[in-house]
Design a protein. Structure first.
Length: 244
């Protein structure tokens, strides 16, 4: 059951990054039909990417995000429940989910690169090419950037934990809409990673792939979208568990 969950998380997170990275590529890369489509297109594209990824990862509980996994662990909520059994929130299971999410994010970013290969070959700002793969702040201030990611991820994970208590049954659509809302409301300062795998997996792909004129992968900033979301997820899980 755990191996089924592993591959479910890999596939779901790969779809998330293929479509999420794809909408950023559509907006930022030269000669794309959607070039300069704007921030809201990116927000809605990421929301729909989450919607698709959650449905694909139905065999794992569709975390798609180490911050969500950590939040559920902190809240002592099962990672996944089905007729076949329960995946308990243990440290070992948590790291299996982390590995699957990181691998899926890397693979999704590689697939996105292949889909946009000719556009990456065009002359463009190296920062824009990096921005297709990973996040970066509008104003670089590491402490405040971490705070932004903590707050935004707290909203996501707190919502995930408490939404299971409501009768709405929104499921994947609800998660998609909350991601759109977070992006529109809190995404401006940092590009809203709210997911360590979403940033780290594609950043590794950016470093390894033969991208023409790609420049630096900005490893000096890379810790922010890991630490901030993990802290936000931990706090979201603890507060959510106390609230319900």
């Amino acid at each position: 059951m755990l191996m089924d969950a592993f591959w479910s998380e890999v596939l779901g997170t790969a779809i998330l990054l293929l479509l999420g990275g794809g909408v950023v590529a559509t907006v930022l890369l030269p000669k794309s039909k959607g070039f300069d489509g704007g921030w809201l297109l990116i927000n809605f594209g990421w929301g729909l990417a989450v919607f698709a990824g959650v449905y694909v990862a139905f065999k794992s509980g569709a975390h798609l995000n180490p911050a969500v996994t950590l939040g559920l662990f902190a809240a002592d909520k099962p990672f996944f429940t089905s007729d076949a059994g329960v995946i308990d929130p243990t440290v070992g299971n948590m790291f299996v989910y982390f590995a699957a999410e990181l691998l899926g994010a890397f693979l999704g970013a590689v697939l996105m690169f292949l889909a946009f290969k000719k556009h990456f070959d065009e002359d463009a700002d190296p920062g824009a090419k990096l921005g297709v793969f990973s996040t970066g702040p509008g104003i670089r201030s590491y402490g405040w950037n971490v705070i932004t990611e903590v707050i935004a991820t707290f909203v996501l994970v707190f919502w995930v934990v408490v939404s299971s208590q409501t009768p709405s049954g929104l499921g994947p659509l609800g998660v998609a809409l909350i991601v759109v809302g977070i992006g529109a409301s809190l995404g401006g300062p940092t590009g809203y990673a709210i997911n360590p795998a979403r940033d780290l997996g594609p950043r590794i792909a950016h470093a390894l792939l033969p991208i023409k004129g790609k420049g630096s992968s900005d490893w000096g900033y890379a810790w922010v979208p890991i630490v901030g979301p993990l802290l936000g997820g931990l706090i979201g899980g603890l507060v959510g568990a106390a609230y319900i």
